[in-house]
Write a protein that binds this ligand. Structure first.
Ligand SMILES: *Cc1c(COP(=O)(O)O)cnc(C)c1O
Length: 414
């Protein structure tokens, strides 16, 4: 069957060896999965989720009991005072944009303390010129780079002591950067440094790809607000679209008034039949995130054995579901991505090619044979076409399908 599926003999042998090597790391992932599953079940219990919450509203969406309860459940699971969970958020980028425009006013300053933020925020912030950027509204942007994959604590403390900064952005996942993801411990440390010099600055975390990877989320260690996408971790592969903003009640309220309209806020927003999928997705999410992590761990060890440079290493502490692999070679990178597509459940006969994707500065190749368009909690692999030709792989709804996809991709480059 392996052969018929296009997997080479050498890959089968290596796979057996690798699965033995990674077994104790996999056990740790399983333990964390159980803890996060318990968090979800407790929240479902607390709010007595039942069939009535699967109902829907249309039009303005007033009085949507399902939607309102979903937001309480998400808040409970994420340790937030309040939460917006909406399909009216088109994507993670949109939710981050809504949050930034909601919290910042002309002449305010925001600082990214993880170096340059995710590529799609370039035009939002105005790093790349855009007539609708924050910059066009007179909002200033500054950046403090990481030092050896950790915060520059001293510079951050010095800069914040002036008390003229409105918002700090922390990006937990690496995005399209080669740095490592930021662990919850490091976020805790930087929050305490920030708070020792500045009580007021809003600490906002881009939590995309981070949810359920650890036992704690950034809010538990002092962040004020965090943002993530439902076609990544928390949607569990079931949510059809959407994103969330969770945190302090006052901030969630500002975001709601920006998403809809001042005076309307959280009270409107039709759910059009998706409530069940949002809840079911959250229910599956801890297990799906665990499957993604196991696929990443497996990939890391497989490719390490083959002489490539994966980050993180299979046994390294993780804070997101992203696995990067440096191929150092454009053709190998493209072939590997095409192999991931071949090993996907949907569109396995399509051949992805690099293209000029809106919002990104370099050409990007994206392998995504996914049930939900663009969903990267499903096995997917993308790469900006620039040296040293690094692939960013993430997802895997089930470990078995993720592993098989990776075996097939490796068979393409061996
Ligand atoms: C995916 C991602 C985003 C943007 O999310 P989209 O849903 O693709 O718009 C922002 N930040 C990080 C770190 C991400 O991984």
């Amino acid at each position: 069957m392996y052969k018929e599926f296009g997997i080479k003999d050498e890959v089968i042998d290596l796979s057996e060896k690798v699965e033995n090597e990674i077994s104790s790391v996999i056990n740790e992932v399983n333990k964390r999965c159980e803890i996060n599953t318990m968090k979800v079940l407790k929240a479902f219990n607390k709010y007595n989720i039942s069939d009535m919450h699967f109902g829907m509203t249309t039009g303005y969406g007033y009085g949507d009991v399902g939607r309102d309860t979903i937001e309480k459940v998400f808040a409970e699971v994420l340790g937030a005072e309040d939460c917006l969970v909406r399909s009216q958020f088109i994507s993670g980028t949109h939710a981050l944009t809504v949050a930034l425009f909601a919290f910042l006013r002309p002449n305010d300053t925001m600082i990214s303390i993880c170096g340059k933020p995710y590529d799609t925020l370039d035009e939002v912030i105005g790093i790349v010129p855009n007539d609708s950027s924050l910059k066009s509204y007179g909002i200033n942007y500054e950046q403090i780079d990481l030092v050896e994959d950790d915060f520059d604590y001293q510079r951050i403390a010095d800069r914040l002591s002036k008390n003229d900064v409105k918002l700090i952005e922390i990006q937990r996942s690496r995005g399209y950067a080669t740095r490592k993801s930021i662990t919850i411990d490091k976020i805790e440390k930087v929050v305490s440094v920030i708070r020792s010099v500045n009580k007021d600055v809003i600490i906002m975390v881009d939590n995309c790809y981070g949810e359920f990877v650890d036992e704690k989320e950034p809010l538990a260690v002092g962040a004020d607000v965090m943002v993530g996408s439902l076609i990544k971790n928390l949607g569990g592969g079931i949510a059809p679209n959407g994103a969330y903003i969770a945190g302090k009640k006052s901030l969630v309220n500002l975001a709601a008034e920006r998403l809809t309209a001042p005076g309307l806020g959280k009270e409107v927003g039709p759910t059009l039949g998706i409530n069940k999928y949002i809840l079911q997705g959250l229910f599956f999410a801890p297990s799906v995130v665990a499957s993604s992590l196991k696929t990443a761990i497996y990939t890391s060890r497989m490719l390490e054995n083959l002489g490539y440079k994966p980050v993180p290493a299979y046994n390294e502490k993780r804070s997101d579901i992203v696995q990067t692999v440096e191929f150092g070679d454009k053709d190998k990178l493209i072939k590997y991505c095409q192999g991931i597509q071949m090993g996907s459940p949907i569109d396995s006969n399509s051949v992805p090619e690099p293209w000029d994707m809106p919002g990104y500065t370099d050409q990007v190749i994206m392998a995504a044979g996914a049930f939900t368009q663009g969903s990267s909690i499903e096995l997917s692999c993308d790469a900006p076409i620039r040296p040293p030709y690094i692939a960013f792989q993430q997802g895997g709804l089930t470990y078995e399908s993720g592993k098989l996809g990776v075996m097939k991709a490796i068979s393409q480059i061996i």
